[in-house]
Design a protein around this ligand. Sequence first.
Ligand SMILES: [Zn+2]
Length: 308
Amino acid sequence: MGISKDWIKRSTLVFLTFGSAPLFAQEKDMGVAASIPPIYSLVAGVMEGVSRPDLLIRGNLSPHTYTLRPSDAKRLAHAKLIFWIGPSLETPLEAPLKTLAKNAKIIEISRNPKLIRHPYRMVHSDLSSSHTEYASLDPHLWLDLENARVIVQQVREELAAFDPSHRALYEANRDRMEGALLILHEALKKTLLPVQERTFLVFHDAYQYLEVRYGLKGVRVVGGAHYLSLKPSHRLQLEKDLKAKTIQCAFREPFFERAHFNDLFAQHSVPYGVLDPWGMTLPLGPDLYFVMMRTLVGQLAGCLPRKP
Ligand SMILES: [Zn+2]
């Protein structure tokens, strides 16, 4: 089930030219940091050949709920330019950014007016953010490639202002990233076309940007947006759906502590796959975003029956 190893290998090879070289002696640590792996990857792509960013949220944990460790606090205090989505995504970063990153310029990506935005599809009573203007924004916005392009442009502008001596290199990197994103978009579109009408189930309402971009119509979300809160009623509804054969594949995320309802899926012979919208399991580098999207889409399309 799922994506073939060969497919991953091929799609990874395409982007090997990006490389993920170690920090060379001539590359100075510039104090640039990014919150989550996909944002790290886009920032690293624009910085390639100059320096590498630091990753703020590490480990196999949900960025919505993780707990800051002392080493994370050190990273924050060291940073001079920080990219994050915003309080509705990396909620645990909100307070530390204020207290620890006092000397940094902090770029809250979700405020960029050029981004494509989708409101949440459900009301989330468990979101206790004080930023009411963002409470309705679905912050998983990097899963739309057009938004990735907008982020690359924003990162280029910020870096050029932060470090004008490498302005030309940042521009060249932006152009290359935009070209690669376009190729990626065509590949994802082709892969998802035969499964647009299929129904799949997820336990985290994170995929709206991907669904809208590629016309996926059949997502079912069980549990909350950010925080998994499964109730007995979920199991009952799920049993009904499985009996009616409306679900063709179910997906969990890598850091879920267990596979929810796996007994039910097994009983009804529904394949159970893994989707990683955070790139948590991938090697850090400029090509992480590309590998993450190809793997995510490959897992989806590989699990679902194709149009005859
Ligand atoms: Zn989420």
